[in-house]
Design a protein around this ligand. Sequence first.
Ligand code: PEP
Ligand code: MG
Length: 746
Amino acid sequence: MAEQRLETESRKLLGRLRDVMASQAAGQQRLNQITRLIAESMETEVCSVYLFRDAETLELCATEGLNPEAVHQTRMKLGEGLVGRVAARRKIVNTADAPSAKGFRYMPETGEEIYSSFLGIPVQRLGEVLGVLVVQSRDARSYSADEEYALEVVAMVIAEMTELGAFVGEGDALMARHVQPVMIRGTTGQEGTAEGHVWLHEPRVVVTNPVADDPHRELDRLTAAVEELRVGVDKMLEQSEDKEQLEVLEAYRMFANSKGWRRRMDEDISRGLSAEAAVEKEQSLARSRMDQVTDPYLRERLADLDDLSNRLLRILTGQGKNTGAEMPADPILIARNIGPAELLDYGRALKGIVLEEGSVGSHAAIVARALAIPLVIHAGRITTEALNGDYVMVDGDQGIVHLRPDETVAKSFRDKIAMQAKAQQRYASIRHSPAETRDAQRIALHMNAGLMADLPSLDGSGAEGVGLFRTELQFLIRNQMPKRSELSALYGRVLDAAGGKPVVFRTLDIGSDKVLPYMKPNDEPNPALGWRAIRVGLDKPGVMRMQLQALIRGAAGRSLTIMFPFIAQLEEYRWARAEVARTIASEEKLGHVLPRKLRVGAMLETPSLAFAPQAFFDEVDFISIGGNDLKQFFFAADRENERVRRRYDTLNVSFLSLIEQVVRRCEASNTPVSFCGEDAGRPVEAVCFAAMGLRALSMRPASIGPVKSLLLRTDLGALRAEIDAARVSGAQSVRQAVMEFLRQAS
Ligand code: PEP
Ligand code: MG
């Protein structure tokens, strides 16, 4: 009975809040009315609303009961006092004796010293705290769990009203949301800068009716929507063959059938929330929990719940992906995360990409790099802050996003873009000239690629060919193993697009950081040192044979260059080469045209290979130094581990000596050698490699201009003398000496 009375009370209060929302009153007036209504309904002396005036400061915006003079005057930092504590921890504080509660701060201007009890509720929407709702009373009253819950429902409605701009008025705290400039610091995913307008990959669902009159109708709507969702998930489950996707879908099904989830939403509805607002309330809860849990499994499940809530909201509001909004001409894609295939669908139309999650090695990042689109990852809160059409500047070099920037920020950003554009013009002017140093040494500059989308850069960058085509990318961006016919068609198209320029196809390099979504992951203690690349190819030759056939058929009589990754000793190269010979023989028998010329090389990615028997250097057609892996094994420093990956300098004398040794051994056997790790694309490193004797480098297309520009200005002989002098001086790294030399030379 008591429960029913409370539900009726709650519905009545929400109904009155809705009337306030529908009224013509100004923002401040509405907020005043709301605090009065709540105080009345809960029979407390005080009800106050605090909202954020900036990211760190809360401001008292309306009150019933406290000194009205304190409105817009009383402020507290996040975490300060009980109110600041509620906001910082996103947790309710409920105490009958506020002055003795932990964190209490006395604010004389409010006159609150006479109030003993305090109940503070975070006003939050989708995990974002917008403010704090507080009720207080003079006597040492204990607010019941039911009252706490009722106020939580009210806080939800206030959050929705804030989002809808119901309180917009004077002062920063009552400013319309999503208008202030915001700077978000993330991490570089792909360098480069871009400016444009926000295009949300998943548009926000806007709930325009947080309060509903008829709970029965809302319950029916929710039941129908959950049913539709359940049927949808079951259908996806039936169709999916992908193991990982199946796991996610199973989790969805679990939530869709979860009684607790449903019961809480039903209760919210019986207290007057609309079905959408009830779903969003649960979603908010899941988001704030997500920020607090560290267990990766739990976090994933909460993320699943978040996604499921979005689907449910779309069903309820009818707001699908297609909201009718038109993509701006200069779109900057904003998403929590995005799959590689979806990103490829957008293609080069995008000017920039900002992801709330993502990782440097993620498939989306690989695609962004292939498309040369500036990408910032780990941009916290970007999806809650950005609205479709907002002006945004992306600084991929620094990993910073400026959303709705003010004029000064915009100006300095544009200056940076202009400087880069000037540099680009300079690079374009040397695009077709050879990379010849001041002392007439010719360095061949090639590009790294892996997707069809990379190929247009061949011409744009002035690369002489593709020095590394990472074939695994085609495997990584799919949900299932590509077929041989698909691959051979693709390799054929790559060669067509290269138009006679050489392309080095590296066979599948999977394992370690590159895990195929459709292959059973191996539980290895040290995947980087585990069963990967050529080791998989030799132990399970089926896939390697299929790929070799696809390459031969794709070449269709043209020249073909194949490179094996991660060769650690001569034997492995011999086995791999024998596999090529067997495949050639069988292809011939089957009547396929054989390549006009065939070259088979090896990547030198383990220090062991630098010390291989001379026969290796004699037998191999060419060598490419995979500096990313070679450096990680040489220094025993994980290339994926942020803590250690930059710890050892590439220009460390030991590493340069290793390079020198490889170059010398290759020269002795007349074996062509190149360097294709990321360091080849760094101008200072690149000129040092050239000084150590390397005559071919392969890098990201965007690096070719800057590297060539520095090579043209450098006397390699003089640089080598400088490096050698630094080596004998006992320096750990030659960087300082090299930088000084380059400064003086320029
Ligand atoms: C390398 O290891 O340097 C390399 C080019 O290969 P990947 O980065 O694909 O491992
Ligand atoms: Mg490698």
